[in-house]
Design a binder for this molecule. Structure first.
Ligand SMILES: Cc1ncc(COP(=O)(O)O)c(C=O)c1O
Ligand SMILES: N[C@@H](CCCC[NH3+])C(=O)O
Length: 413
């Protein structure tokens, strides 16, 4: 069920009219639906049935504390990629024992913080990282639990910027070199081998790349077991895509089933979905400032911009843009552009819409990689974030002020 639906000719977020929320909190604005976040998490979690598993939500998709807290209350684990994300998860009430730490550039400080917090597993992405982790754990007189993130050289068939499992990508360790690195890990005194990790990319809309990667991971599992290296879980990463336009990604249950049918026995499985949990749990609301029809093109200049939502500019990503209160003014084809001084500042191009100045528009599927990638470019205050829960709305991040932006800067003496 979609929690952003039209009722009596206007868009609602759960039980609240979006127009009312925009009037109350201003625009541009991110709105999240608690019920949708919970439903999406449960769709993954329940698909495992009795199979031992942990769904580790990829924090990078949307790291708002309230979003993390909603998911922590559902029993989620978390996939983090920085000390900042670690701190967010802990402050949101996440269980450290359900945290996995991915990323190619963990610093010694980040490793130490994660070790002290008692996280479940480090997803190690290089030989050099393994050596440093061993040293850092040694200094703390601890053992670091690890999986090695392998790069299976599988084409995820997604946008090149968000494909991670090809030999040319910086992520993970060449799967052919992994046995030697596991051997090294086995010898290191402050490393404890737990699992194998693999994540091949984001916004995948087919099952076959996941299955190809898993096949290679299972071969590695056999090789390791033959060498007496025990593996206690497989982490198969995230990456399941969502429908922005015409895409038809597999449902979470079908994706989980496709993985589980290859898993030997009851070997525990971790997954790290981000987008599939958060994207369609959020919308981005913006108001038309000016209409600027020209002979060649019609521009609708809105108060939201690439600094608030960069996916269209960065990846030419298409996200649906819908009127909050549809009306019958004459319909034209508009480029929906923001106030930022860049030609690439657009939220959507060539959209057929009936628009008046002052209208509210909602960019759909904005809950993942939306606010999380927002910046202060052009010294714009980042938008407020609101969590809607039934007929209640909570400010989960206040709209920034210029003072917020400036507080870390200073003049020369
Ligand atoms: C290691 C890792 N895990 C999980 C994810 C989450 O991916 P997605 O949001 O596509 O599910 C990413 C991002 O692609 C990632 O790099
Ligand atoms: N930021 C990307 C996804 C990146 C995935 C990170 N591993 C997007 O918006 O599609």
């Amino acid at each position: 069920m979609d929690h952003f639906q039209y009722r009596d000719g206007e868009l609602f977020a759960e039980e609240l009219p979006v127009e009312q929320l925009a009037a109350r909190f201003g625009t541009p604005l991110y709105l999240y639906s608690r019920a949708t976040l919970e439903r999406h998490f449960q769709a993954f979690d329940e698909a495992f049935g009795d199979h031992p598993h942990q769904v580790c939500y990829a924090v990078k998709a949307n790291s708002n504390l309230a979003v993390l807290n909603v998911l922590a209350r559902c029993g989620a684990g978390f996939d983090i990629v920085s000390g900042g994300e670690l701190e967010r998860v802990l402050r949101a009430g996440g269980d450290p024992d359900k945290i996995v730490f991915s990323g190619v550039g963990k610093t010694a400080e980040e490793m130490a913080a994660a070790l002290k917090a008692g996280i479940h597993c480090f997803n190690v992405e290089s030989a050099a990282e393994l050596e440093l982790l061993n040293l850092v754990a040694g200094e703390l007189d601890l053992q670091a639990p690890i999986a090695i993130r392998v790069n299976p050289d599988v084409d995820a068939q997604t946008h090149p910027y968000i494909s991670t499992g090809l030999k040319d990508n910086k992520f993970g360790v060449d799967i052919d070199k992994a046995p030697a690195l596991y051997q090294r890990a086995h010898e290191l005194p402050h490393i404890r081998i737990l699992g194998i990790d693999c994540h091949i990319g984001s916004q995948l809309t087919k099952l076959s790349p996941f299955e190809d990667a898993l096949e290679r991971v299972l071969k590695l599992l056999d090789q390791l077991q033959a060498h007496g290296i025990e593996i206690q879980h497989l982490d198969l990463g995230g990456g399941l895509g969502v429908t922005y336009d015409q895409e038809t990604p597999p449902a979470p249950a079908d994706y989980v089933q496709a993985l589980l049918k290859h898993i030997p026995g009851d070997l525990p499985v971790h997954i790290e979905p981000g987008r599939a949990i958060a994207a369609n749990a959020g919308i981005f609301v913006t108001q038309v400032l000016f209409l600027k029809p020209t002979e060649h093109k019609n521009f609708a200049i809105v108060d939201g911009a690439m600094n608030d939502l960069i996916r269209p500019s960065l990846y030419s990503a298409w996200q649906n843009i819908v009127p909050v209160k549809p009306h019958d003014a004459d319909c034209r084809t508009w480029d929906i552009v923001g106030p930022v001084c860049e030609t690439g500042d657009f939220l959507g191009k060539e959209r057929a819409l009936s628009l008046d100045t002052g209208d509210l528009l909602a960019v759909r599927s904005a809950g993942a990689y939306g606010f999380a990638m927002a910046s202060n470019y052009n010294s714009r205050n980042r938008p407020a974030e609101i969590m809607v829960d039934g007929d209640q709305a909570f400010v989960v991040r206040q709209r920034e002020t210029v003072d917020d932006q400036l507080k870390l800067e200073s003049l020369l003496p």
